[in-house]
Design a protein around this ligand. Structure first.
Ligand code: TYD
Length: 236
């Protein structure tokens, strides 16, 4: 990867295969959670706070975030494939992710911007690992190849029971829309319960990086937690 990236790693430490950055304000920030957890609309609000604070920020998302990644995203979400093998899914999202790092994330970080990204590798650990049953060491190997095991500086996990996420994110009106249900929306509740648990396990293993946002309450209650999780970055 590029020299600016290596320069950042000089201020970091590797613990159990994960890279933690110390002594600097978090700049690569990810939002994670189930579909319907509200993370994407809270991400938009958070980005507006960065803009108001005069902090240069790039807002992006996965899968996608680049022309190639957006093409992979369309393939990945297309309901016509039905349920795919979890390793096939992983290879698709990691291909999109590598392009995203090379084309968007690393250049923005090198220019000194904060990058706020809707989903990153924790989604793969939760959906393909816990959800589909791909062994985590296989995913870690693929991650090493695709991203050099890149770990965000901070991750906000929007946590709520799968039942509530499903009601909110995939209500009857969305299900009735043409194209309103993507390939993963069609999964059963038990899949989403495994994904939720997968996220909680990853977060428990890396408490320094994660901020758990209880998103089962009102929008205002959730927003206050998001603000608290980012206040040091906004005021740095
Ligand atoms: P999207 O419409 O972006 O959902 P959301 O707004 O909830 O982020 O669809 C992305 C879907 O892709 C979502 O169901 C999660 C899934 N996904 C994976 O399964 N693995 C991954 O690595 C990523 C990034 C996403």
């Amino acid at each position: 990867m590029s020299t600016p990236h290596r320069a950042r790693f000089e201020q970091s430490v590797w613990v159990g295969g994960a890279c933690y950055v110390f002594g600097m304000s978090p700049r690569f920030i990810t939002f994670e959670g189930l579909d319907g957890s509200g993370k994407s609309s809270h991400l938009e609000t958070a980005v507006s706070w960065f803009v108001q604070a005069g902090i240069p920020v790039v807002s992006t998302h996965e899968p996608g975030g680049t022309p190639l990644g957006d093409a992979i995203r369309r393939l990945f979400l297309d309901p016509k494939w039905g349920r795919l093998d979890g390793t096939v899914e992983s290879l698709l999202v990691f291909a999109s992710r590598r392009q995203h790092l090379l084309e968007v994330i690393d250049p923005a970080l090198a220019e000194g911007r904060v990058v706020v990204c809707d989903r990153f590798t924790d989604s793969t650990l939760a959906y393909q690992g816990a959800g589909r049953g791909v062994p985590l060491d296989v995913l870690r190997d693929a991650d090493r190849l695709a991203t050099g095991s890149r770990v965000p500086d901070r991750t906000l996990l929007f946590d709520l029971p799968a039942e509530i996420a499903r009601e909110r994110g995939q209500g009857d009106s969305r299900r009735a829309e043409p194209g309103g249900v993507d390939r993963l929306d069609a999964e059963e509740l038990s899949f989403y319960s495994r994904v939720r648990q997968g996220y909680r396990d990853v977060a428990a293993a890396e408490p320094h990086r994660f901020r758990i946002i209880d998103s089962s309450g009102s929008r205002d209650q959730t927003e206050a937690q998001v603000r608290a999780a980012l206040v040091d970055v906004l005021e740095a």
